[in-house]
Design a protein. Structure first.
Length: 403
């Protein structure tokens, strides 16, 4: 009796799958045979729907997140994609505003980055903590508040995964780091994120164990980060080794596959090369189709017009790192990176800051183009079952097709 009841319940549950998937069942040739239980009885054949086979269900935003109306509208567009792709979204961090750049450069940069995302047909979602709430998307007054907090030390807190609860409890300003932004973006159902550079393994980490939580966050959160590599103040070879150990995929928009080194386009280290935004979009889509739960890093080289200053900036980086060690700053945890970036800015008389601004704007543009291509490819996959339509064929040909 019990065995029969369980079997009936299982059949009933499977019959409901098409109702929840919102798509047409696949033809009989596309079947999946569940693993044998070890008994001689033949396994039941299950006919998955297109969405079960091709795509992981969209993550619904956490109910406690405060969504900007523009972000909310983009998320809502996913519910009705029968005639067109959903509106693409790009997550943006806020530590670059609160701790990464001086005022008012931080504010003008935040505006430029958001404008760049919009110019490519996507919606920017700057993530920050304000007054005990997590905001996904900020209005102009909130961006100004974040930027102005950089003028007063201690007014804003660098907020990674481990800091979220504490900063929320304090009801103060929290600038989200890569790890904090990645976590919240995933909670909101956003899968593409643009920043300047990720954190990584600090120089001398074999003694200090100073490894950014950005790297471990990427190992557990399926976010796709577009950046100019790890910040050049870090140990880039060890950072890439650590990412590999954590199962995080690394890609480079350099045709040679050479991974960028923040202020310069080449680090001497290599990753998997990607051709363009459409290539990156299918990589992201394939990861989701198979339910991979780790993130990916897409290295975007600094714009060529800024690369000429790279060698000079790198010399300043080496000097700043040496000074940090002499002064003991390298032992001050969260303060290390802001101090080093500020010192490099002083040594280069602002050249590094200008390059930093240009590279993050450039990264945002690439992330937005990829987000747009991703939504088009996802829509094509749902519409055509296994995605053998013109968009996929266009990608295979190497140029992509405008959505």
């Amino acid at each position: 009796m019990l065995t029969s009841a369980i079997g009936n319940l299982r059949c009933f549950s499977l019959s409901l799958l098409p109702l929840f998937s919102g798509s047409t069942p696949l033809p009989p040739s596309h079947t999946i045979t569940p693993p044998s239980s070890g008994r001689s009885a033949q396994a039941t054949m299950v006919r998955p729907t297109v969405s079960r086979l091709s795509l992981v269900a969209r993550r619904q935003p956490h109910p406690l997140l405060v969504l900007h109306p523009e972000v909310q509208a983009a998320l809502a567009s996913r519910a009705s994609t029968s005639s067109r792709p959903a509106t693409p979204l790009v997550a943006l961090e806020s530590t670059i505003i609160t701790h990464g750049m001086p005022y008012p450069t931080n504010l003008s940069t935040a505006r430029r980055v958001e404008d760049q995302v919009r110019s490519q047909g996507a919606v920017p979602a700057t993530i920050a903590l304000l007054d005990g709430k997590i905001h996904v998307g900020c209005d102009e007054s909130q961006l100004e508040r974040l930027a102005e907090s950089a003028q007063v030390k201690g007014q804003a807190f660098k907020t990674g995964r481990r800091d979220l609860a504490g900063v929320l409890a304090r009801r103060t300003i929290g600038g989200t780091t890569v790890s904090g932004t990645a976590l919240v973006a995933h909670m909101a159902g956003i899968n593409i994120f643009a920043t300047g550079g990720i954190g990584g393994v600090h120089r001398g980490a074999e003694r200090s164990w100073d490894v950014s939580s950005d790297l471990t966050e990427l190992s557990r959160t399926p976010l796709n980060i577009f950046c100019s590599g790890a910040k050049s103040i870090l140990d880039i070879p060890l950072t890439l080794e650590y990412l590999e150990t954590q199962g995080v995929s690394t890609y480079s928009f350099n045709r040679s596959g050479e991974f960028p080194a923040f202020y310069t386009a080449k680090s001497g280290m290599y990753a998997t090369p990607v051709q363009d935004a459409w290539n990156a979009a299918e990589i992201i889509l394939q990861g989701e189709r198979y339910g991979l739960q780790s993130g990916s890093v897409f290295g975007v080289p600094i714009p060529s017009e800024c690369e000429a200053d790279g060698a000079k900036i790198q010399k300043a980086v080496e000097l700043a790192v040496a000074e940090a060690k002499q002064l003991g700053v390298d032992k001050k945890g969260k303060e290390v990176t802001p101090w080093l970036l500020a010192r490099v800015g002083q040594l280069t008389k602002g050249t590094s800051l200008k390059s930093n601004v240009e590279l993050v704007v450039n990264n945002a543009g690439m992330a937005a183009r990829t987000a747009k291509a991703y939504e088009a490819l996802r829509w094509e996959t749902v519409q055509r079952g296994e995605g053998q339509g013109k968009l996929f064929n266009g990608f295979e040909a190497g140029g992509g097709v405008s959505p």
